[in-house]
Design a protein around this ligand. Structure first.
Ligand code: NAI
Length: 333
């Protein structure tokens, strides 16, 4: 059966890395039919918004999307498309699989961490107000329901992927009510997964541990703000933005996207590293149950990285986006 997937090419380097990812995924022989829709800067003139309703509609209908980075216009009153998508589609789990890849520059060797970030509440609920002229207040929302939901997502992922340990990250020693509730709620689901070790870390100690002994961690479950920061920290441990895939998962759909932005400085120059987008495509394949196809792509990537003849300048090579994607395809067959 062919599965329909929405593809949003995005802005800047988005179309280049999306085309690369689409061609690699198609070459994996996964039965996917792409529905390509524009979102971002190109839509503003025509629809008055970077995220027109028909784009949301196709994702609701197809339930799965691969999305290129989208430029957030500064100071023009438009909300970030990424935040809007997460809220509109209730994509409550932000998931990043971050591991060392061969020949991708990193100070570490054995990092293989999944960061599971709660995506809907915490300080990102956007409830802020001024208190008089000289003070501002931002409200941090943590609910038992959302915390248990992200905790269960983390443990289910650990079970599905045969991972051994889930670490809950918090600051419950200071924010005893809000972070205390997060910690208690995630812990409360741990007993349903007796085969998986569960422990916790205070977020500042977690950051130090990640820099000193990252190989000891497996799955991290965090509330929104700490998740935002720590997921970039872990991306940095394995070589940075060019190789960091991401997924936003909800009950009615999932949007897969690279962590990096639209990199306008290198757009249209065939210089962008397509790996993060291709790896996001690998996550999409696994999500849809195309396991063999995902492995095929992973093998192609591994070969190209080890061989080093067709890698982009950010990885120390001289190949273009297109050439790197073609080399991955050739190595898959
Ligand atoms: P950025 O990720 O676009 O760029 C940061 C640096 O990394 C730049 O030096 C860029 O050239 C480099 N870079 C990023 N991706 C690369 C790739 N695939 N290959 C090689 N080099 C790469 O972040 P920046 O500059 O803060 O944001 C630019 C625009 O992207 C902004 O409008 C921002 O709002 C948007 N953005 C969109 C995201 C999304 O749609 N998910 C996420 C982050 C930013």
């Amino acid at each position: 059966m062919t599965i329909k997937v929405t593809l949003i090419p995005g802005d800047g380097i988005g179309p280049e890395v999306s085309t690369a990812a689409q061609s690699v995924i198609t070459a994996s022989r996964a039965a996917i039919d792409w529905e390509v829709v524009e979102a971002g800067e190109a839509c503003i003139a025509q629809y008055g918004t970077p995220l027109p309703e028909h784009v949301l509609e196709t994702i609701r209908r197809n339930k799965v999307a691969l999305k290129g980075p989208i430029t957030t216009p500064v100071g023009k009153g438009f909300r970030s498309v990424n935040v809007a998508l997460r809220q509109q589609l209730q994509l409550y789990a932000n998931v990043r699989h971050l591991r060392n890849l061969p020949n991708v520059p990193s100070r570490y060797n054995d990092v293989d961490i999944v960061v599971v970030r709660e995506n809907t509440e915490d300080l990102y609920a956007g409830i802020e107000h001024m208190v008089g002229q000289n003070a501002a207040e931002s409200i941090k929302i943590i609910t038992r329901e959302a915390s248990e939901r992200i905790g269960r997502y983390g443990f289910e992922l650990a079970r599905r992927e045969g991972r051994k340990r889930v670490t809950i990250v918090h600051k419950a020693n200071i924010m005893k009510l809000s972070d205390g509730l997060f910690l208690e709620s995630v812990r409360s689901v741990a007993s349903d997964y007796p085969e998986i070790e569960c422990d916790d870390r205070i977020v500042d100690a977690m950051c130090m541990n990640l820099v000193q002994i990252p190989e000891q961690f497996d799955v991290l479950v965090l509330p929104n703000l700490y998740g935002d920061i720590v997921s970039d920290l872990v991306a940095g441990l394995v070589g940075g933005l060019g190789v960091a895939p991401g997924a936003n998962i909800g009950e009615i759909g999932a949007v897969f996207e690279a962590v990096h932005g639209s990199a306008p400085q290198i757009a249209g120059k065939n210089l962008a590293n397509p790996l993060a987008m291709i790896l996001s495509g690998v996550e999409l394949l696994k999500f849809l149950g195309f396991v063999k196809e995902a492995q095929r792509v992973e093998k192609g990537i591994e070969y190209v990285l080890r061989q080093r003849d067709y890698i982009t300048p950010d990885l120390g090579g001289e190949a273009g986006t297109k050439e790197m994607a073609s080399a991955i395809i050739d190595a898959m067959i």
